[in-house]
Design a protein around this ligand. Sequence first.
Ligand SMILES: [Zn+2]
Length: 224
Amino acid sequence: MSELNLILLGPPGAGKGTQAERLVGDFDLPYYATGEILRAAVTEESGLGRKAKQYLDRGDLVPDEVICEVVIDRIDSSEAADGFLLDGFPRTTPQAQLLEKALAERDRSLTAVLQIEVSDEEVLRRLSGRRICTKGGHVYHLEFDPPKNEGYCDQDGSPLIQRDDDKPETVTHRLEVFHEQTSPLIKHYEDDGVLRRFDGARSPTEVHDHIRATIATLRLEDEL
Ligand SMILES: [Zn+2]
């Protein structure tokens, strides 16, 4: 069986987490969300983790080389021998080039970059409608999944709040940063012929079916 080396791309609110969960189940791949593996490396106090911590403690951005090393460290582990699913890395073209170089040195390459496309308006609608319960972290949506009593959690009666991350002005800013960074990245992967687009306005099940069909086709092509 050939390797399945995948990257998930998409704006906040595109449902990447949901798709990742399903793909991990389908293909038994390890899922590396960069923020999480970076935090894990810092907690484990590995050599790399200590390196990353120096930057984080100073409030600086962790340099591309260090993030890439942390990611490659995971890719080199036995659990990723048949493939992996990356989310949150690469974010920029220089990061993508570092990753490609590291993969090439290992005689590996990307199978596909799965881009979940969602319009800014839809992202804004999805995120700014979210409300979180202050006690148990239960999640509601004013439009798609409203609580029975406005402003209060159905399960424990605690007040619901809107996280700062979900406020419209913050979402708009996050989207601006996202487009600025990923437009060149998307072009890069398009030029490489590895980009596959999915309509994130569709239901999670439809998106998932489409991704699975695409991967099945890629595998068939690979065997020919
Ligand atoms: Zn609650």
